[in-house]
Design a protein around this ligand. Structure first.
Ligand SMILES: [Zn+2]
Length: 309
């Protein structure tokens, strides 16, 4: 069973202009770096064709292509940090619940809520009780430290509802600021809420050592590998080292596969990413080893256990 624990579904009305500009610039720069001579306008047109997927139909198609059985989907609540989209975050979260209904057995949704919103706790509760969400996605780069007191009510509610929390960790693109996404600020959360299950996305990127050591003495920390498919081309050894460190310190049942699609899936097909992980027992650099059991765990079994799929 293959489970992608980190996936987004997009529509242009769901996020602000600032956010769109950021995404387009990011993609434009990437394409230029690949030697493709395209204008920002070309990129905009191209992105429009595959980015808008309000009912997750394109997602399901791409999952079938890549051999992904289930995906955990969530929006990102950047409203307070980058401006609100035309559609409210409450409505977007509700639409995610509808996508799960539309594609039975394929999707699990988390709500995305900025903990600083006055109705944050209410939005999480509504998401779980009414729209079937199994967790909460937070993105501290919207402008808060995850150990800030203002975040505690939503963690308390997550524990009460048995909702999993997934947070971005690791350096981030401008105009967002990386200081909010350093793993260290999650330690208070892990200690103060020992029953809270916290998934740290992207293995903390450049802070992978910090993240792995944080998880060493905490039983409630999980991690996902999404985002690294962009890096393995040049940094395969670093990826293997980071992954090995997570498995050693968090435990082999705590690390999960993710794509962060659709943004990265365009340049790094999800099927290739799965293959790369599957082949790690044979391809890992000298001195680092992975077992096929560990790989099965990462690709799906661990998520199956955690999410009770
Ligand atoms: Zn993401």
């Amino acid at each position: 069973m293959i489970v992608d624990v980190h996936r987004h579904v997009q529509h242009k009305d769901w996020s602000s202009e600032t956010w769109h500009e950021m995404m387009l610039t990011l993609r434009h720069n990437f394409m230029l770096s690949q030697g493709e001579k395209v204008t920002l306008e070309d990129v905009g047109k191209e992105v429009d064709t595959w980015y808008d997927d309000p009912q997750a139909d394109k997602l399901i198609e791409s999952m079938d292509q890549a051999g992904i059985d289930m995906a955990v989907i969530f929006p990102v609540d950047w409203g307070l940090g980058m401006g609100e989209g035309k559609v409210s975050i409450e409505e977007v979260n509700r639409l995610y619940g509808e996508m799960v209904q539309r594609h039975p057995g394929r999707l699990v949704s988390f709500v995305a809520v900025d903990p600083r919103r006055p109705n944050a706790v209410e939005l999480l509760e509504k998401g779980v009780r009414e729209w079937g969400a199994k967790g909460l996605k937070i993105h501290p780069s919207a402008g808060f430290y995850p150990n800030d007191e203002s975040c505690y009510p939503i963690y308390r509610k997550a524990v009460e509802l048995d909702a999993i929390v997934l947070t971005h960790t690791g350096n981030i693109i401008p105009p967002m600021r990386s200081k909010f996404t350093q793993p260290l600020y999650l330690d208070d959360v892990l200690v103060d809420f020992p029953e809270l299950k916290l998934i740290c996305a992207h293995l903390g990127f450049g802070w992978w050592q910090e993240l792995s050591f944080l998880g060493w003495r905490r039983n409630n920390m999980y991690a996902d590998i999404s985002g690294w498919q962009r890096l393995v081309g040049n940094d395969f050894d670093t990826f293997c080292r980071a992954l090995r460190a997570m498995l050693n310190r968090l435990g082999p049942d705590k690390v999960m596969f993710g794509t962060d699609g659709p943004t990265l899936s365009r340049d790094h097909p999800d099927g290739d990413w799965i293959e790369l992980v599957r082949n790690l027992p044979e391809t890992a650099p000298q001195g680092i080893s992975f077992t096929s059991e560990e790989v099965e765990g990462i690709l799906g079994e661990n998520a199956k256990q955690l999410l009770e799929l």
